[in-house]
Write a protein of this length. Sequence first.
Length: 319
Amino acid sequence: MLQPIVLIPAWRHGEMTPWGGEALKTHFGKDAPGPRTGESLELSSIPGLESRDAQGRTLSELIALYGQALTGTRVGSPFPLLLKLIDAREQLSVQVHPGDGYAQLHHGKLGKNEAWVVLQTAPGAQMILGLRKGTTKDALRAASLKGREVEGLLRSVEVHPGDVFYIPEGTVHAIGAGIVLYEVQQSSDITYRLYDWGRVDKHGRSRQLHLEDSLAVVNLAAQPVPAQASVISQREDGLHERLLDTPFFCLDRLSGCDEFACLPDPARCSVLTALSPMTLAWEGQSLQLSASQSALLPAMGYPLRLSGKSALIASPATD
């Protein structure tokens, strides 16, 4: 049996995330690389942005070493899950993501269905979650070509800590300024940027937009609403809730854990991200996670006892 693996994240920062801030360092105490750090890739097998274990081995190397004992008997290849913490000091670009079919045809990669758990917000913080009702593809194209006019077609929603949103393929979306969130998604680095708020870098250059691809995959009717949690179990050792169960991943929340029993699933691994200090114990051993640290829980792992205030657990869908 395999022990839990504490993950060391990869980072996207600086010019890669001009909208990023310092919350991952100031709020969570993470060892962020700079003042414009937008993403901590907690679990990632994206080439050049792979998370690692304490020995420096990448997620891909760990999968090659341990195989199904780590990932599970019903988890396909390539490894299908990507998990991030995101700090949006400024609003992100307005994006649309493709599904598997379009992404495979045009990029040879997985599509990008994703979900967000809002962790922290500035007062009045908003997200773009779809388009205004009745928006047509012709209207979206015309407004996008004119630039700022597209803002009038976007559906803005005020959000609060604890809100959970599933963002399926084709949904027009953007994380607003003053939001820190947890993101779980398919393992894909494809992003179609529809609009970037007129943002330019220090040289006056704007980032590339992807209007034709965005229009090819957009779902004009998509308007995500907060997901409603369902209780899996509520006992003295803790509350276990299911936040999302999608064709691509499953997301659970644990609260008030006092030696909560967490059993391995031979079919699939999972990733625990602590939202408060957490203790994972098994067979006379234990490890401590600080808030925002993540641990990969192997499919062929030990039965664990979890103690702490709050954590999220993501698992890939089984094939």
